[in-house]
Design a protein around this ligand. Sequence first.
Ligand SMILES: [Zn+2]
Ligand SMILES: [Zn+2]
Length: 269
Amino acid sequence: MPGDTPELPAKDLRTLIPEYADLARETILLNPEPGDPGVRESSLGGKLLWPADEPWPYCAQEDHWTFGSDPSNRTEIVPGAVPMVPILQLFARDVPGLEFPEGKDLLQLVWCALMHEQDPRLLVMPQLYWRNEAEVVAGGLLSEPPGVSEGEYDEDNMPEPSTLSPTTAEDYPRWLDLPKDMEETWERRLRLPTGRAVRPPDSNLIGTKVGGWPAWTQPADWPDCESGHRMEHLLTITGDIQLGDCGGVYFFHCRQCPGLPWDWRFDCH
Ligand SMILES: [Zn+2]
Ligand SMILES: [Zn+2]
């Protein structure tokens, strides 16, 4: 019975298995709080600093759908392209631990708040943008990004506008994110003097965060770039929005390749 297995305190685990301590990475927890963030502030679900000369992104999937106002009517098709919604905006000054590409100091993320057919890869259709704040401001801002009509989108897929109060913390991989051989060699060290096995604690931080380790709710699924490099975890969005049954949306990028290729994953409970 896994429930009967005592859990080892995290500090004891780091003493028993020093290699585990070596896996510590700094993460930046974004700590969103509902509020009214401005366009020049880091935010979750807030207004984005968007260049006037760049069209607002639309999701062109023709058959996205919404649960609509009637929960029993789950296939209310929304025909045609719809505007993406702001998800995250991070200014370099607020997240000093996040390395920006040269000349960039603003990271933005949008996605489509509708549902997309059966293919889970099409759940949210995210887009990432790296920008230079001063350049955007100098060129003028898009005055009215296309709005979202009341009740048109799935609110589960849209974060409530929130300000961010980033803090740093030590993060560890989910137990399911460890290489199998590592886990096996540790197993015999994870026993009480009586021989009884103890359950290793999970010191992975769950929350919307930058860097650190992904807060997977399912077995890890790290993407590789086209050149075969395993990508680095860029950020996790979880816990603050419901995303249907989903646990989180995870973003990765490869800093070894030009153009900073990126990919994303999501998982469900
Ligand atoms: Zn869509
Ligand atoms: Zn690469």
